[in-house]
Every structure is written in C-alpha cells, then in structure tokens.
Write a protein that binds this ligand. Structure first.
Ligand code: FES
Ligand code: MG
Length: 573
C-alpha cells in the first residue's frame, strides 16, 4: 500500500532518472544524520522568518523548537528552512514593497522542496500575509503560527505599547508638551519584549484574520509572545501539520467565500488595521475570491465593534488574550458568521464557539453592548477616487465626517518632509492635507497617509485634520485619514490633478470623497501634467513598478493572482 504522503525522497525527476534521483536524495539526507526510520515519516517544512533585522521574531528559535517537538510527537520529520523576513521598522522605502517578494519566496520554496505540509511561522506586519499568499498559491497543506504580541512597558505608572503610544507621545513632543529628555525615556519603554506590536495594529489584525479564516489554531492569535501558551501553540501547530499532511488537506479547503466573509466580519468587529484589508484582498485573490466595496460597506453597517483595544479603545493585546482571545469575539459574532467553515484544528468555527468558556465582557463586548454599533472601516468612492478609498471611521474625528475644505497639496514624500513644518506653509484649521505620489506604483505604498499635523497648527492645539492620500497608514495610527485612493496619482488618478486651493468634500454619510473642480478644468490640467518620473531600470524595483496592482486588488502582482477569469465575488449571503 502506498503512503498517503511523499516524504523526503518524493521522487522528483530532475535527472530524468527516478531511481537515481531518489538514491541521491536519500544519500544526501543520510549525510544530515537521519536514520531510515526518520526519513520514512511525513516531512513537515517549517518556514522560518527569523532575522537579525526583525525584533518582533527574536523568540523564534524557542518557538520553532516547540513546533519541531510537536511534529516529532505526531510522527513527522520537521525540517526548518529560511525565507525572507520583513521587520517593519528596518525596510526602505517600505516593508510593503517586499511583501510580494516574500510571498514568492515562500510559494516557490514550499513548492520546490519535498515537504508534505508546512508550518508558516511569522508575525510582523507583512510576514503573515506574505506567508498565507505564498502557501495558498503553493497548494500544499499549511498551518499558520504567529509569533504573538509584545507585552506592554511602563512609564510613570502608565502602560505603554508599541506603537499607538509611540505616536501619541511623538505628537505631544512635536507640540512641545513633552521634552527631549522625557521622550528618550519613553523611547526605552515602548517595546520592551519580543513579539509584535502590542495593540490592534496590522500584525495583530492579521493574526486574528488568519484565525478567522481557519488557517491557524483557535485561540492562538492573541497569546503573548513570551507566554508559555505560545510554545504550546507551537507544539500543537506542529502536531496538526502532520495530521493535515496525512489527510492532504490544502489551504483552499479553508479559504472560501464564506471564510473570507467571516474574516471581514472579524476585521470590522475588532476595528482592525486598514492595511489588513489590502492584505486580505491579496490573500483572497490568490484563491480567486474578490472583495468588493459595496459588500464591505454592507458588512460594516451590520457588524458592531466589539473589542476595546488601542488604537481605537483602551486595552492591549495581552488583555485580549486574558479576556478570551479570538474565540470570545467569534462567540459574540455568532449570529453573523458562517459557522460551518472548517479550521486547521479540525473543528468548525461553530464548534470552536461551542467550546468557549469564560470571557471578559468589558474587553470583548457582547453584541447588545458594543463599543460602536457599526464597523470601523468604510470604503469611499467619488470623483477623487473613482476606484475607491478607505476610511477608518472608528479612528476618525466624527466632527470631520461631513467636511468641505481647501486643499493644501504635497506633490510627494520629499515635498511633504520639506514643507510640512515650515512657518510659511499656507495652512489653516479646516484645510485638507493632500499627499500625492505615495501609492503602490510610485513609492511602494508606504505608511505615509497619516500626515503629521503641520507644527504651526499642532502648537495651536489642533489634533486632527482631514488628510487624503494614495498611501497607507500604520494600523496603530488614528485620525481622519482617507487612504488607498485609487487610481493612485502615478497611475493617472484624479489625485494627480489636485492643486492648492481646490475644494474637496468628504461625506461619510454618502460614502463619498469628491474633488469639487469642473471636469473641463480637470481636462485642461491633464494636458499640462508633468512627465511621469522615470521607471526603475532593473531588478525587483522594475518588476514591482510594472506589475503591482492597485489597493482594490490587494497590491498583489498581476501575474501572481489566481486566474482572474476564475475570480468570484465574496458576497455569499
Ligand atoms: Fe513588527 Fe509592529 S514592528 S509588528
Ligand atoms: Mg505596523
């Protein structure tokens, strides 16, 4: 009887001689010291994204050892392999530029190497989407294990967590309220352990979405990086990977229109990061599933915000774990979820919910006592963003929801840096700050959408203004910030045509963002547009510029998506 798995000598025929290929592979495997018994087991690859440039993954050696232990306990052979790692703080011009590169690395190495299943170990913002995108496209059994969040630090009796508190203190420092010496002490207390950012930023949001999609084990998203439960999650993930290998269950079992809709509900209920929508769109796109704006808005109207976590609430990820974690959120959302969706743990979402015991209802609110009766994110469209834009209304100032103001335009990131704090900047309360050429094609879509309040206004006590760009913003940021304007300026979107003094109108009620300039005038401006910047001549930058898609397509590369003809909309109910 043949084995249900292939093992290390999976009979690839790269020499045109199957017998020789297997003989050679066994011989080289013996050189690693494995016995025949070890080699006869299902091989579980462990995608290792440890890096000296990734502080969030500092504890991975211990976590990976726990995964290996679980694989061995379940009768598999664990083999670690390295991939690219993306440490958010250390990548220029932006980590986003390299998410697709990491996804290609993961996809090709999972496919090319003889593994029967893979445990994807990631955490920092772009690593989890990159691993999921790659694994879906590779089409082998896979399970996601995240590294878990940091613990909070302490400063003058207050808890601090990266990076919402980083921004809060920096804004106060810019406004002259916090001195140079105090900001230095704060700097040393914002990120005090290994793990991902301690609030509901992009990394935490992606951890929750991986769990909502059924691709990581129930209850694992919020376990702190340094908690012993995190190691048990590693062990259990290793064990489950062997079961998935033996059953041949691949990611497309879990990534379906229904699970993507569950993930969108969770994204809204946890008031997750705006970036996560781009990533979820890319992940779903690899399975041929599209997320459309109208559907997002319909879900947003019927999904309450239930989680009281920074940046929109008060608590931190360590509190979320102690409050019951993701299963508690799923339980409260139960009437809105597709309960029959399977998970890599073997239970359906409905069965996961049945198993929930205690939860803290101050942090994970019940549906009849929500933080907000509607979801945190809404899609906009209008003459300034014909293909859409995004607003995190939960993090925005409600007084700016219906606004019309005068545009103060920055042509690109350099222009912004050069002029935002100039005493000569012609800017007043009620103006609209506009940043161009920070979209995917132009700049890799950095987190520049959270434009700083010009210091002359910050010093007057102005805390928020309407800001608009084709960039992203950090999941840990807050403010009335319209992001992901599409098409971006560099793809000839109307954003490119905005000039100082133009009127712009935001209506959250109507879900619109409009440039109030007559079409004839815009047509004139189109004729005198400056020549586009020269495209990169070589290498990855050139590949990226030619193939990156816009935000509504998840900024994936056009050649990596599933066959677009096979794409189906995500609306299922
Ligand atoms: Fe890695 Fe924030 S820097 S998650
Ligand atoms: Mg981030």
């Amino acid at each position: 009887m043949s084995k249900p798995y292939k093992g290390l000598d999976d009979g690839l025929t790269q020499y045109g001689d199957l017998g020789f290929a297997r003989y050679l592979r066994r011989s080289f495997a013996s050189s690693m010291g494995y016995s025949r018994e070890a080699l006869d087991r299902p091989v579980i690859g462990i995608a290792d994204s440890t890096s000296g440039f990734n502080n969030c993954h500092r504890h991975f050696p211990e976590l990976l050892a726990a995964v290996e232990r679980g694989v061995l306990m379940a009768g598999g052979l664990p083999l670690r392999f390295p991939t690219i790692s993306l440490g958010e703080a250390y990548l220029n011009p932006t980590s986003m530029k390299f998410r697709n590169l990491m996804s290609m690395d993961v996809e090709e190495m999972v496919r090319a190497q003889p593994m029967d299943a893979v445990v994807l170990v990631g955490g920092c913002d772009k690593t989890v989407p990159a691993q999921l995108m790659g694994a879906i496209s590779a089409g082998k059994p896979a399970i996601q294990l995240v590294g878990g969040p940091m613990m909070t630090g302490r400063f003058e009796g207050e808890r601090l967590g990266a990076c919402t508190d980083c921004r809060r203190y920096w804004a106060r420092h810019r406004a002259g309220e916090v001195s140079e010496s105090v900001i230095k002490v704060v700097e040393g207390n914002l990120a005090t352990t290994t793990g991902t950012c301690a609030v509901m930023g992009t990394a935490s949001t992606m951890a929750c979405l991986a769990e909502a999609l059924g691709l990581s084990l129930p209850g694992t998203a919020a376990i702190p990086a340094v908690h012993a439960d995190r190691l048990r999650a590693g062990e259990e993930s290793g064990k489950r990977a062997v079961a998935l290998a033996l059953q041949g269950v691949k990611p497309d079992t879990f990534i379906t229109e229904r699970s993507v809709e569950n993930a969108l509900r969770v994204l809204l209920a946890i008031s997750g990061s705006t970036n996560a929508l781009v990533h979820l769109t890319a992940i779903a796109g690899r399975a041929g599933i599209r997320i459309d704006r109208a559907r997002l808005n319909a879900l947003s109207e019927s999904t309450p915000v239930l989680l009281d976590l920074k940046p929109t609430g008060e608590h931190y990820m360590e509190d979320f774990h102690a409050a019951g974690g993701m299963p508690a959120i799923l339980r409260e959302l139960k009437p809105l979820l597709h309960l029959d969706c399977p998970t890599v743990g073997g239970l359906t979402i409905g069965e996961v919910i049945e198993a929930v015991g205690w939860s803290n209802t101050d942090i994970v609110r019940p549906m009849d006592r929500p933080i907000d009766p509607v979801g945190g994110l809404i899609a906009l469209e209008g003459s300034l963003a014909p293909n859409g834009a995004l607003l995190k209304r939960a993090a925005a100032d409600k007084r700016l929801f219906e606004t019309e103001g005068r545009a103060v335009v920055f042509e690109n990131l350099e222009d912004l840096a050069a002029r935002i704090d100039s005493p000569d900047l012609d800017v007043e309360v009620g103006d609209v700050l506009v940043l161009k050429h920070a979209g995917p094609k132009a700049a890799g879509m950095p987190e520049a959408g959270y434009l700083p309040i010009p210091s002359k206004l910050a010093r007057q006590g102005v805390k928020d203004m309407l800001r608009i760009s084709d960039a992203r913003m950090s999941g840990t940021a807050y403010g009335t910030v319209v992001l992901h304007v599409s098409p971006e300026a560099a793809a000839d979107g109307p954003l490119a045509l905005v000039r100082n003094g133009d009127r712009i109108r935001l209506s959250v009620e109507a879900r619109r963002i409009d440039l109030l300039v007559p079409e004839e005038e815009l047509a004139q401006r189109r004729k005198v547009r400056p020549a586009p910047a020269a495209a990169p001549a070589r290498g990855y930058a050139s590949l990226f510029e030619r193939h990156v898609m816009q935000a509504e397509d998840g900024c994936d590369f056009d050649f990596l998506q599933a066959d677009p003809a096979a794409a189906v909309p995500s609306s299922t109910s």
